[in-house]
Design a protein around this ligand. Structure first.
Ligand SMILES: [Ca+2]
Length: 308
């Protein structure tokens, strides 16, 4: 079977013919069609098309040149963290789903307006022990799009020993009236509400993170709950930068001087829950063992009931 594509460019007829013997044909043809539409629109509206390069972009070829490290996956049972580094600042996205039709998209909420080089999108809402397809792509400041070929991963089986998410409201959420009192630091000297600020560990957003400024084992963060609370469960999702920034264990200290822990975090791909029996208005979460560097948390959660 053969496809034929026809379009006008600056008054000239250009014919493209491609044989459909490669599985990637639609992915190669898409940018050709987009370029053709862009060129023909310019001709119709009279826009200045003199600077439009008459070149055809192959996103997968651009991917090879743009992505210098990754994608590297931190695979959990229900979520996957993706890390990739691009040669230039770009805006990235991951398409993912159970088939090559994908169906979901994730991007890096920490994105600068002008894009960035270190990308950390998180794929959430996954089923345990399930095969998924994904493609990492984006666009650079030169207007060139790039995307990876189709990749796959299998989520981990559900951890039989892991505690499920507790019932009830997360009392550590800012929306539940909790607030950050203090933190060992925020990356870059920012404030609590900044991009890497302490509030990011209590905002209910799995794409935002609190990052300390190189505190390693010395990282800590203290919150005040809306009311004196009998704390029956904690949840903690550590951040990671692969080789650093990951918390392996932590403890929690209350304003009454009670200490619980150490609690071990087996990975950085999801929230880990722990049962507790504490009474507190204020809770101080302290890193114990870490891989050093800009340690912090994606989310910290607290469950329980008000003390009568
Ligand atoms: Ca967050």
């Amino acid at each position: 079977m053969r496809y034929r594509l026809k379009f006008k460019f600056r008054g000239m007829q250009i014919w493209l013919t491609a044989a459909a013997r490669y599985a990637r044909l639609p992915q190669v043809l898409l940018p050709l069609v987009l370029l053709a539409v862009a060129c023909s629109n310019g001709a119709v509206t009279g826009a200045n098309t003199a600077q439009v390069p008459a070149q055809l972009i192959d996103p997968m070829a651009e991917f090879e040149g743009m992505v210098v490290d990754g994608p590297i996956l931190e695979i959990g049972s229900t979520s996957v963290s993706v890390r990739a580094t691009t040669r230039e600042k770009t805006v990235c996205a991951v398409s993912y789903g159970p088939t090559t039709d994908y169906g979901r998209i994730a991007t890096d909420d920490a994105m600068d307006v002008g894009g960035h080089k270190d990308h950390h999108p998180v794929l959430i809402g996954l089923e345990p022990n399930t095969l998924y397809h994904y493609s990492f792509g984006g666009i650079g400041p030169d207007g060139k799009v790039f995307r990876s070929p189709d990749f796959t991963f299998r989520t981990l089986p559900a951890d039989a020993g892991a505690l499920p998410e507790p019932e009830g409201e997360n009392l550590a959420a800012l929306g539940a009236g909790a607030r950050v009192l203090a933190a060992s630091s925020n990356f870059g000297g920012g404030d609590f509400a900044g991009r890497w600020g302490a509030n990011s560990a209590f905002d209910g957003d799995l794409t935002t993170q609190w990052s300390s400024d190189g505190d390693g084992d010395g990282a800590w963060i203290e919150i005040e709950l809306a009311a004196e609370t009998h704390v029956t469960s904690l949840g903690f999702w550590t951040r990671t930068m692969g080789e650093s920034a990951q918390i392996f264990s932590f403890q929690v200290e209350t304003d009454r001087g009670e200490v619980a822990g150490p609690f071990r975090l087996s990975d950085a791909s999801s929230v880990h829950y722990f049962e507790t029996d504490l009474t507190a208005r204020r809770l101080k979460f302290q890193a114990l063992e870490t891989s050093g560097g800009n340690t912090g948390a994606v989310e910290i959660l607290v469950y329980g009931s008000p003390v009568p």
